[in-house]
Structure formats: C-alpha cells, structure tokens
Design a protein around this ligand. Sequence first.
Ligand SMILES: [Zn+2]
Length: 320
Amino acid sequence: MKETITFGGISAKPGSKASGWTPVPGTDARFPVTVINGQEEGKTVLITSAIHGCEYPSIEAVFELAEGLDPKEIHGQIVIINPVNVEAFINRRPYVVPADGKNLNRLFPPDKDGTTGDRMAYVLAEEFIKKVDFHIDTHGGDIPETQPSYVYYPGISDCQEALDISEEAAQYVLHAKYMLKSRATNHAYTFSAMVGVPSLELELGECCRWSREEVDAYLENVLNVLKYLKVYPGQAVKRPAEAEIKTITEGVYLDADYSGRWYPLAGRDDKIKKGQKIGYIKDLFGNVLKEYFAEFDAEILMVVATLAIKEGDPIMAYGR
Ligand SMILES: [Zn+2]
C-alpha cells in the first residue's frame, strides 16, 4: 500500500501531484518543487534543472515534465526542482547564483554555514539527493557557450553499484554525441554518486537558444531514462551499437586568464591536434595577453562564442 510522500515540505498522496516552495534557511532563496507520487510502487527519481539558470532546452523540457506527467502512469516517485537557481533564471545570469557569485555546480559536498549558494547545495543534498534512488541533473550550453550534446556519468565513488548503474543508464540517452566519464566530485550529480545515488548530467542545447526540436530531444532523453528505471511506462530504447557514441575519459576545461577579447580558433564540432593553437585573448588595445594550445589530440566539448571574456570564466573545453 503506497503512502503519502514528502520532499522539502511538499507532500503528495499516492496517485497525485503537489507543487510548492522549499525554503533555503538563512537565505532569500527557495526552490520550486513538484512532487509526483505515482499510483504504483517503484523507484524515486530526482530531476533537477537550472542549477545554471539559462540552459533553456533543459529548463523548458523539465517544466513540461512537471506540468505534464500523470501520477497515474508513474511507478514510484518523481521529484522535480526547476528552476533550482530561480534568481539566475529570472535575471538571465549565466553560471552562478546571483546572491554570492558562486557556481552552484561546484559547491558539493556543501558547507551548510556558507553563503547562499552553499546553503542551496546543502538543502539539495540533505532534503533531496540523499533521499532518492536516482538523480538526473539537466544542463546544456550556458548563454555564452556553443557545444554538442553529451551525457556525463560519474566516475568516482566508493559505491561501485552507483557507478555501474549510472554508466548503464547513460546508454539510454539517445540524443548525445559523447559520453563523458567524470573525475569531478564537487558537482551535484557527482556528489549524488559519492553518497551512493546513481546519476547522470545531461547536456543538450547551447547559446541561449531553445527550439522545439531541442526541447523534444531533451524530453526523449529524460523519458527514455525514466523508462530504463521503470518509473515511466514503455520499453526503454538502448542506443543501437552502430550509433555508439564516443566515450571521453579525459577532459581539459580552460578558464580565461585575463578579462578582454576572446578569439577561439576551433569550433564546436572540430577535432584538434596536440600543440595546435586553439584560441587567444587580447586586451582592449590589441595586445595578445595569452595564447592557448591543445595538450593532446581531442574533440571539442565547448567553445565560448562571445567576444567579451571575463577572467576566470570558461573559454573552451576539450577531451579524448
Ligand atoms: Zn550547466
């Protein structure tokens, strides 16, 4: 017999859906939460979106899931937080939590006594992530970023089962050019794996666009993973062998060494060679401040498209 479930103070009876705000104590932040309590028994899945507030295909797809999923069709429970980073979404602020300028996807494991972003991470960890069986965190290229679609799966945890399930689930993300095994531990989804909850981070969409095609592709990706987890009805489709996507296990994530003008010399679908010059930064008078060269032969994962660049912000990512 199913029971009423409660996440972040929002309760839903079996076969019903409830929405409301979960406060983040000690801050002005709060999370818009939708709790879907399925009619039948099954796993509990957390779907988060807009940890980065402007990655629109993911955010719109997850809005549509929260509004459109029918609890009568769900086996188990789905908990949705979207947009996680409300102030960034409303204010169109890439990368960070506006209140403290921190990247929420680098604040795990969280400091519960820190600033707004740290405390948001703490509530995500304690009230949500640690209480579920699977975590899907949805992203895409942020406002300045061009990139192909891919799926990250965690590569570090003492819980081998969580890593194995994550890697298998990644095979069910249909629209993805690459699978990336992450060595990070401070992202939301990598933290999930560290505490034994299998997880994925999906990346699709770029550069503040959001088309119907991208949103539909996103929905297909998420729903297929939910089918794989047997939370959503229907047969999950595993990616056919001939559509095998490249698995990337080593990545380089370059941040700008200076503020000024950014000139990338490789595009989102390019392959680069070891030693190749891949971009440079000039100051406002035309002096070259820094040139960047590829450390190894690699595929491009992300290129910032804006001419303006700020010291410390991402400029390019590549991997092999
Ligand atoms: Zn993101």
